[in-house]
Write a protein that binds this ligand. Structure first.
Ligand SMILES: *[C@@H]1O[C@H](CO)[C@@H](O)[C@H](O)[C@H]1NC(C)=O
Ligand SMILES: *[C@@H]1O[C@H](CO)[C@@H](O)[C@H](O)[C@H]1NC(C)=O
Length: 955
């Protein structure tokens, strides 16, 4: 929920029928110009870099190159590290040689130390050092003056660093103003003072090393240090006022910025979260894309403003290469995108020569962060799946969701009491609508005290949960990270007594205003705090909870209603003495991490958690699902759900969804139905609604509309085996579940900016209807020489082609790619768990060569036993008139009574006979029907267990 519900409440008091005009109050959020570091960075224009790399200082270990960088403007020296990493990756770090205090390096995001690869010097002249990067034929050129880096794949320049000279690294400096001079003369002293606020356990985990253990080599560097000039201050460097709040900035300016040039690239993607197109646009003349987790009330579409989460990964794609730039920094960050042609630098000319002259399209990307160091991973592809794998090797893959969580979720703010829950639950049975989970928002608690229940409305939560459990359904209850300050509240008392709250700059507990009124914020960056938080989810601590209850973390940006920008003050202090400024974008990830740990622990490590989060960062995919926050019941918001989830998918977060129906406002019935139809084909499928909106359960819109919603839900449930298999592949390979067309058709330029249709896995193309009163829509089916089949009518289409498809209110345009096999469970049931032993239908869609392949992943759906090989992974292969089923997990053990009840082969000629060969049995003939018009064979009751190897032969 967004912050300003109270404001909306006021508006509604004046006239309950008045629909408030929805638009963000932009004045609550900073523009680049109002964020002083962004203003300073951006003022710095492209040109010759004032930095030079002291090539004589180069030190090369097996996998790491170290070089001093000196800024000739102020003689400050930096240390550049280049790491060779296994699998076509490199890491570039730039930090001060001798910072006044350690600069923050982001912990807990990387899943381990990336595997190193050898660097070797291949050549050197006065101003250039040439290195080979790993075994894959990539080369790195380090230019001394002006400093730049260029990466080549063979003869092709793929990426340049600082080629526009925008490296801008604000070194830490001593405070000059009198006030703090009295308190402590140097930043270092202040740092020590702040650190003593925290107990000695701050020493336990990895901390950045103190700057003074790096010994710069070479006289030149020493000289540079001596002649460091004092610089002039600019407004906003030592304190910064926005609205009524002044950020005290005790350590002064510390921002970092760097540019990357991508010759030959016109399409860049990623860096969510923004309510904007999938393809990033140039930010010349507008604000840069902002990455700063914020609770934005009634967010606006089609702009670069920050939203609830951030993943600082940018992807670039052209027909030759896919690349990624992962900027590992958790502070406020802005990203400028510009597009021009290759410059007149030496390398630019070389490039022109190499590519045969003429202007080469080029995209330039400039990253600017308020603090921390420069720590950037270059993912060199060269294919989309290589980049996904490379990024997954750094930050992990999507956690395998429990099976139920891929079903449909029914939420609203709020289901009022136990009777309400019982009635809504019964409504789904009464109207034959499948669903898995009912949700409780903040009003279920005792006065917004999380981990408690309202004693009047929810006196017997276990009885309520037991009723759901009998129906094999679940509940999700909200647990937010703001804690009511109330001495009668156990959670608050424990956190306070353990000294686990975030502190103000003066050392008292930081307090803000949120749902409960005055609230404090647990310091989730502290591992001990996270462990304690996790322990609160055990059944004896969280009274009234049961094993079919899961958790939703909202407001974890964190949202602070009275904070500037509706979040925590940047000079608040966290564990280890770090300012909130440094860790801001990580806070939400830590909340979800600790909550997921809690659900894991309560089951003794056996059951997969389900936790939904609103705020996120790189790596959040490891802890659960993300939704796109407080959208609105408007057609454009429905449209926006696709690019927003595609952008998240591209950066590793596959389990994404948008509130079905729209959170704010009351959707007209047509919009609601269309939203169910679209949501049924998005990974996280949950309806949600604002407290002040009329009820909108599916049966409140007339029988016809309910029937349409039922159909959409049934399509979702029929395809659950396919969804689950895609999530298994996401877990193993890091491939997104929902993907832009270009991922599957990387050579088809016409797909590069398409974000109104997309692929689910490699087999389904989805183009939901997102226009009011639609009579039809333009659909593009890609793939030279490929065929597609409408999954509802089985009509065949040759590709590539764009065609006009007439639609009715029933239409959800979805196409199965010729060459794929999709297992479905077509018997409608009331929840996914009720389908556990249901039979399968195999949908075999033949390509032009009369072939098709597909897979099915199956396990118990809730535990980690798959890690002990307790799963089925089946391969289906149709070729030359034979369908064979075999195992991709030969040692796997998983017993199921599910069998194959039908095989549908689409695009086949009529056979004379169909026979089945099953190991250990003699050949039997199978009954079938043939539909001439659709070239479709239906094989009935082959009655084969899904785990068996078999061959079905068409003659
Ligand atoms: C690395 O890149 C080369 C081409 O530049 C490619 O052939 C190879 O498959 C890539 N390896 C990985 C692990 O991505
Ligand atoms: C499918 O079967 C054919 C014929 O046996 C074989 O040539 C082909 O490699 C198989 N494809 C896959 C993906 O297993």
């Amino acid at each position: 929920m967004a912050a300003a519900r109270r404001l909306l409440g006021v508006a509604l008091m004046f006239n309950i029928c008045l629909i408030p005009v929805l638009s963000v109050d932009r004045s609550n959020f900073k523009t680049c110009d109002q964020s002083s570091f962004c203003r300073r960075q951006r003022k710095f224009q492209p040109g010759s870099s004032s930095y030079r790399a002291v090539l004589g200082s180069a030190k090369l270990n097996a996998d790491k190159l170290e070089i001093q960088l000196i800024d000739d403007k102020n003689q400050v020296s930096l240390l550049l590290e280049v790491h060779g990493l296994d699998g076509n990756m490199t890491r570039i770090k730039i930090n001060e040689v001798k910072p006044l205090k350690p600069r923050y390096e982001v912990p807990d995001v990387l899943i381990g130390t990336p595997r190193p690869a050898n660097l070797q010097v291949k050549g050197q002249d006065d101003n250039t050092l040439e290195l080979s990067l790993g075994e894959q034929g990539h080369k790195l050129l380090v230019t001394g003056t002006p400093f730049r880096l260029d990466i080549l794949a063979g003869q092709d320049l793929v990426l340049s660093v600082n080629s526009r000279g925008l490296l801008y690294f604000e070194h830490l400096r001593e405070r000059k103003d009198t006030l703090s001079a009295k308190v402590s003369s140097a930043v270092g002293n202040m740092w020590h003072k702040v650190k003593t606020l925290f107990s000695s356990d701050s020493e336990k985990t990895d901390k950045p090393s103190e700057g003074d253990d790096v010994n710069p080599e070479g006289e030149e560097v020493a000289k540079a240090e001596e002649s460091k000039k004092t610089e002039d201050d600019e407004p906003g460097m030592w304190d910064e006022t926005f609205k009524t709040h002044t950020d005290s900035k005790p350590y002064g300016p510390s921002s970092v910025g760097l540019d990357f040039s991508l010759p030959g690239f016109e399409h860049v993607y990623g860096i969510p979260e923004h309510a904007d197109y999938m393809k990033l646009r140039t930010t010349e003349g507008t604000d840069p894309y902002r990455l700063y987790n914020l609770d934005v009330f009634q967010y606006e579409l089609y702009n670069t403003m920050a939203l609830y989460g951030s993943v600082p990964l940018l992807l670039a794609h052209n027909i030759h290469h896919t690349l990624g730039i992962f900027w590992l920094n958790a502070a406020e960050t802005w990203v400028d995108i510009s597009s021009n042609t290759a410059g007149k630098t030496l390398l630019g000319k070389m490039l022109q020569y190499m590519q045969g002259g003429g202007e080469t399209p080029q995209t330039d990307v400039r990253w600017m962060s308020e603090s921390g160091i420069i720590d950037v991973f270059l993912l060199l592809g060269p294919t989309p799946s290589d980049v996904f794998r490379q990024y997954a090797s750094l930050t992990g893959t999507q956690a395998l969701p429990p099976y139920f969580s891929l079903g449909y979720h029914q939420c609203r703010w709020n289901y009022n009491d136990e009777d309400d829950v019982r009635n809504v639950d019964a409504g789904f049975d009464e109207h034959d609508l499948p669903y898995d989970v009912i949700w409780l928002d903040i009003e279920h608690t005792d006065g917004k005290r999380y981990f408690t229940w309202d004693p009047h409305k929810f006196p017997n939560p276990k009885d309520m949960l037991s009723v759901l459990k009998e129906k094999r359904r679940k509940m999700v209850a909200i647990v937010d990270p703001h804690i009511k300050i109330d001495s009668a509240y156990k959670i608050h008392n424990e956190i306070r007594s353990r000294n686990f709250y975030v502190k103000t700059k003066d050392g008292s507990d930081y307090e803000g205003w949120c749902w409960p009124g005055s609230a404090a914020y647990p310091d989730f960056t502290n591992p001990e705090m996270r462990d304690w938080w996790s322990s609160m989810f055990s059944y004896d601590q969280y009274e009234g909870s049961m094993d079919n209850m899961f958790v939703w973390n909202d407001m974890n940006e964190p949202s602070v209603f009275n904070g500037p920008e509706v979040t925590m003050h940047k000079d608040a202090v966290h564990w280890g003495g770090w300012e909130h400024r440094e860790v801001h974008n990580l806070y939400g990830l830590y909340v979800q991490m600790a909550t997921a740990q809690g659900l894991l622990h309560r089951s003794g490590g056996k059951e997969r958690p389900f936790v939904l989060t609103r705020a996120f960062f790189a790596g959040s995919q490891r802890y659960g699902a993300v939704w796109t926050g407080d959208n609105a019941a408007e057609w454009d918001h429905l449209k926006m759900s696709i690019p927003m989830c595609l952008s998240l998918s591209l950066v590793g977060i596959s389990f994404c969804g948008a509130d079905v129906g729209g959170f704010f406002k009351n959707p007209e019935t047509e919009l609601l139905v269309r939203w169910y139809q679209a949501g049924a084909y998005q990974p996280f499928f949950r309806a949600h609604a604002h407290l002040d909106t009329p009820r909108r359960e599916p049966w409140l819109h007339g029988d016809d509309n309910m029937a349409l919603i039922r159909k959409a839900l049934q399509q979702r449930y029929a395809l659950l085996p396919y969804w689950y298999t895609l999530f298994y592949k996401a877990l193993r390979e890091g491939h997104p579940v929902m993907r832009p067309l270009w991922v599957e058709f990387p050579l088809d330029v016409s797909t590069f900016a398409m974000d109104n249709q997309y692929m689910l896995g490699s087999a389904l193309l989805v183009h939901p209807v997102t226009e009011a009163s639609a009579r039809g829509l333009q659909i593009y089916l890609p793939g030279n020489g490929e065929v597609w089949y409408d999954i509802h009518s089985y009509q065949k289409y040759n590709a590539p082609q764009t065609f006009y498809s007439p639609v009715t209110m029933e239409s959800i345009p979805v196409f199965q790619r010729g060459g794929s096999i999709i297992p479905r469970r077509d018997r409608p049931r009331r929840s996914s768990d009720c389908m556990r032993d249901d039979p399968f239908t195999l949908y075999v869609a033949l390509n032009m060569q009369g072939e098709a392949q597909g897979e099915l992943y199956l396990d118990d759906g809730h535990s980690y036993n798959y890690e002990q090989n307790e799963f089925l992974y089946r391969a289906f292969n149709y070729s030359a008139g034979k369908l064979t089923a075999s195992s991709l997990n030969l040692n796997g053990e998983f017993k199921t009574s599910s069998w194959i009840e039908r095989i549908i082969i689409i695009g086949a000629a009529k056979p004379r006979s169909i026979t089945l060969n099953l190991i250990g049995y003699s050949e039997t003939s199978l009954e079938f029907e043939y539909d001439q018009a659709m070239s479709m064979i239906t094989v009935r009751k082959p009655s084969i267990n899904i785990a068996s190897d078999f061959t079905v032969t068409l003659r």
